[in-house]
Design a protein around this ligand. Sequence first.
Ligand SMILES: [Mn+2]
Length: 346
Amino acid sequence: MEPLASTRLLASLHPYERIVLASHVNPDPDALGSMLGIQKLIQAEYLSKEVILTFDGLIARAENQAMVRVLSIPLVPISSVELDHRTALVLVDTQPHTGRRASEATTPVAVLDHHETPGELTGVKFLDIRPGIGATSTLVYGYLTEQEIPIDPRLATALLYAIESEVAGYPREASAADDEALAWLYPRADKNLLAEIRSPRLPQSYFATFQHALSNAFLYGEVIVGYLGVVPQPDIVAELADFFIRFDRVNWALCAGLYEDELRISLRADQIGAHAGEVLRQAINGLGSAGGHDKRAGGCIRLQDVRPEAVDAVLRTLRCRFLDHLEVDEHRGHRLLQDSPRHPIP
Ligand SMILES: [Mn+2]
C-alpha cells in the first residue's frame, strides 16, 4: 500500500534538526493556520526537532492581526532565520518562484499548496499540490487526522478560520474535503476567540482608503477598476476588490494600491471559469509577478519611480492590457459615483 501523504512528509523531514515553515508574502489566515497545523504534526512525531514559524512582509489585515494575537501564533521574520544544511525549509500555501523574497534562494524540502503550479518544480522531496481543494489548511487538517493527532481548541479555531475565510467568496471555491473539515472543526473551535478574529476593530485609515477607492473607481462595461492611492497596508487592496465585485453591474473588479515602492494588485471575477490568475498574469507580464485562482488573483509590481506620473503610466498599461484582454473598450469608462448630492440631516 502507498504510504500516507503525511507519513511521507514526516519521513522527508527526518534527516533535519530544524524545520522552518514559510508561506507567501503577507501571510493570510490559510498560511497561518497551515503553519500552526504542520508544526503540531511535526512536533507530535519528532519531539526534539525545533519548528520555526516565519512570515515575510506584513500581517496587515485587522482580522489576520487578531488571529495572530488571540491565538498567540509565534512568528519570526524569515529574514532573521538562517537556512543552513541542518535546516529543512517547508513551504505551505505557496510554491517556489511565486515572488517570495528571503527564502526564494533555498530549495524547499517539502511544498504543500492548493494554488496552480506556475512552473516545473525540481529538487523538492515532498510535493502535495491540490488545486481542487479550497484551502491548504484543509490539506493540513487531513494530515493531522491521518496521523490521529489531537486537535485542541486553539488549533481547531485557527484551522476553521483559515478555511472559512479562504472559501468565503461567491460562487464558493470549496471541495467536499473543505466542508468536511469545517464541520469537524466547528464544535471543537473556541467560538469566543473566533468571534474576536472575525470582527476586529478597525483604524481610521481603513475608512479613508474606502473613501479614496470609492471616489476613484471607474466602470468600463462590466468591469470596475479602482485605484486606492497610497494604502496604509497592502492587504486592503484585496479587501476592496472583494467589496467592489459585489456590485450587481460588474463581473470583474480590478484594484490597485501603492504600498512603499510596490503596486499591489487584486483581481476578482464573479463567474466560475474566469481564470483570473491567468488573466492577471498576462496583464502584469514582464512588469511584476502574479498568481491566483479561478476567481481571485493577486499581483505585485515593484516600481523604480513612485512619482504620481510614473505610477499613472504603469497603471494605464495595466488597465489597457486588462481591458484589451477582456475586449472591453476603455473609452467607455465613467466614474462609479458622481459627486454625491448633500442631503440635509433632518
Ligand atoms: Mn490558501
